[in-house]
Design a protein around this ligand. Structure first.
Ligand SMILES: Cc1cc2nc3c(=O)[nH]c(=O)nc-3n(C[C@H](O)[C@H](O)[C@H](O)COP(=O)(O)OP(=O)(O)OC[C@H]3O[C@@H](n4cnc5c(N)ncnc54)[C@H](O)[C@@H]3O)c2cc1C
Length: 354
């Protein structure tokens, strides 16, 4: 049997970009050793000559992934049939005990509290968060945060994609040997795991001591479409928006606590990115720690702890007085909506190429 032809950026163009399946995670651009790729409006493009090193192709979350191999490498075992939310050691509800984080956090502010604890307690560590661009309102971009101020600035959900891998690879270069934490959507976490576990490419561009915090995610929206079209169609200026939220099937937009838009989710369906239609991962099943709002009481976040790293991060934040934690004794009973949404998303047609 002849050897398969090496994969080039051209393969990504044909299989992922032109088919509308690019998640805009930034992995290909960040990983390219020749630095010939760059980001454009929600997709990468090539500005130089591709050397067919395959790095972009095998770091892309939308090319094939051998889930069992990844789980064995990351968690030491494959998931059991009954583990519908992926591998899980335990689950809890948590919220920040910091009044400032409580104001800016999306739900319980748990993610920000845990990240702040890491950078305050572990010297020279950093966290990759997504912060809004100064010039483009609500356009998220990764920021390698090293102090409380920049962690807090990253709090809150941006419902459009952030090229998180760009920040993560920068963190690996600037913080060699130090602990790095990264927050990302399920597709971004998948890209990280692909690079860490691929036998085709080098994993050196990812920090060795890494905590991945995955966000639950049903879908994300196109920036141009949501911010550029939907908001103006409701006579809302994006610069006035202070929070977006999705609650109980409704899409909500606030300006300083005042509700400006409250519409059924189906009204924003046309703004969902095409790539999300074939994603089957709701709870970021490959993250160390996954966080969302579903099933949590108001003002709290739901946490799925998948390994010892996650247990340590949550326990440390609790011990330092930054995080309040309520254990969930029976996650199967308590996290019913999370499981239902997970199952629903898992039934979407997956269009991975091999
Ligand atoms: C696109 C998207 C869709 C989501 N959909 C759901 C859902 O359907 N159901 C659900 O329960 N939860 C969903 N979430 C997660 C939820 O909105 C909260 O992020 C989560 O509950 C954590 O809340 P928190 O208060 O602990 O986070 P916070 O303390 O506010 O911290 C949030 C962290 O997420 C980072 N972040 C924000 N936006 C992005 C982004 N676009 N890409 C990468 N990182 C980002 C921030 O930088 C920050 O570090 C979604 C998140 C995103 C980004």
């Amino acid at each position: 049997m002849s050897k398969p032809r090496p994969k080039s950026f051209g393969n990504l163009i044909v299989e992922v970009i032109r088919t509308g399946r690019c998640t805009f995670c930034g992995a290909c651009v960040a990983a390219c050793p020749e630095d010939v790729l760059e980001l454009q409006t929600e997709a990468p493009t090539i500005k130089g000559k591709c050397t067919v090193c395959q790095t972009c192709y095998f770091s892309c979350p939308q090319t094939s992934l051998d889930l069992e191999t990844v789980e064995r490498k990351v968690f030491g075992r494959k998931r059991k049939e009954e583990e519908k939310l992926g591998i899980m050691l335990e689950a809890c509800f948590a919220r920040t005990l910091d009044p400032e984080i409580s104001t800016v956090g999306q739900d319980g502010g748990a993610v920000t509290a845990i990240l702040e604890n890491i950078i305050q307690e572990k010297s020279a560590s950093c966290a990759v968060v997504s912060t809004c661009d100064r010039d483009l309102p609500w356009k998220p971009f990764p920021n390698v945060a090293t102090d409380r101020e920049s962690i807090v600035l990253g709090a809150g959900t941006k419902y459009t994609p952030s090229p998180t891998l760009i920040g993560l690879v920068k963190a690996a270069q600037d913080f060699k040997g130090k602990q790095v934490a990264v927050v990302g959507t399920p597709c971004q976490v998948k890209a990280i795991r692909k690079i860490q576990t691929s036998s085709e490419i080098s994993s050196e561009i990812i920090p060795e001591d890494l905590l991945t915090v995955g966000l639950f995610c049903m879908e994300s929206y196109s920036y141009e479409s949501l911010i550029g079209e939907f908001l103006p169609s409701k006579a809302v200026d994006p610069t006035e928006v202070t929070k977006f939220a999705i609650k109980k099937g409704r899409f909500l937009v606030y300006s300083n606590g005042e509700e400006r838009i409250n519409v059924p989710l189906k009204e924003v369906k046309t703004h969902v990115r095409k790539a999300c239609h074939s994603c089957r991962d709701f709870t970021a099943e490959l993250a160390d720690l996954s966080v969302g709002s579903v099933d949590a009481p108001p003002g709290w976040s739901t946490l799925v702890l998948r390994n010892q790293k996650a247990l340590d991060a949550v326990q440390d934040a609790e011990k330092s007085g930054r995080l309040e934690v309520r254990k969930i004794p029976n996650p199967k009973e308590t996290l019913r909506v999370t499981q239902r949404l997970s199952e629903r998303k898992n039934q979407q047609p997956e269009k991975n190429s091999s």
